[in-house]
Design a binder for this molecule. Structure first.
Ligand code: SIN
Ligand code: MN
Length: 219
């Protein structure tokens, strides 16, 4: 939704940049359609089980490579054993354009070849604890796209899950990139604000977040 008062692009830390409203409504609609397709299969969206018995409150579906705590595989052994959907070229191209926008550098996307994406769906009660994205064997940036309800995104430091951290609101269409010295910063989603999304995106309720990454894995 167009803001009356535009929210400015903001660097939170070196390599960590928030670009509000980067995706237009039409692009968000297309992403919602794509995510709905991936959510149905070949590996259906599910609540990830953690090794110590917990279950994540978000629902997740992966493409390119399947993530389960704490590794990537081509097949989803903890769901239905199927190979995940391929990572499409159009999404990699979107990732390259995201880096150009976030870093305000026409060359920032050169050579960026994301090969996995985690699609997370948050209902009104879902949250995500502070964690690092560290199962990738690559220091290439993580590109995060949000659609639907606004959330509080907590972006911390690379040492531990505690302060100092900065809370930013990620709204529908927002881009967040963390790379460079911020690539392994702790981050999480302590709150989603139900009913704040624009149904024109095709998402009537909840929040979708897609993070693309480079696994650094062969084949
Ligand atoms: C994640 O850290 O994987 C998801 C972040 C988000 O939902 O914004
Ligand atoms: Mn993460």
């Amino acid at each position: 939704m167009a803001a009356l008062i535009p929210r400015p692009r903001m660097q939170l830390a070196p390599g960590a940049v928030h670009v509000p409203g980067w995706l237009g409504v039409e692009q968000q609609r297309e992403l919602v359609v794509a995510c709905r397709g991936w959510a149905t299969g070949p590996v259906p969206i599910r609540h990830t089980r953690l090794p110590r018995g917990g279950v994540m409150s978000v629902q997740t579906v992966c493409i390119g490579w399947h993530w389960q705590p704490y590794r990537y595989t081509r097949t989803a052994g903890d769901v239905n054993g199927s190979r995940v959907a391929p990572f499409p070229d159009w999404l990699a191209e979107l990732g390259r354009r995201a880096l150009v926008a976030a870093y305000e550098d026409p060359a920032a996307g050169d050579g960026y070849a994301p090969d996995t994406a985690l699609v997370n769906f948050y209902d009104g009660r879902a949250t995500m604890g502070m964690h690092q994205d560290k199962d990738e064997r690559s220091g290439a940036p993580v590109v995060s796209l949000s659609i639907g309800d606004t959330c509080v995104f907590r972006f911390g430091n690379t040492e531990n899950r505690n302060r100092p951290y900065t809370d930013v609101e990620l709204a529908s269409g927002d881009l967040f990139v963390f790379g460079g010295p911020s690539r392994f910063a702790y981050h999480g989603v302590p709150k989603v604000f139900p009913g704040t999304g624009d149904p024109a995106t095709g998402l009537a309720s909840g929040r979708l977040n897609l993070t693309m990454r480079v696994t650094g894995l062969p084949g």
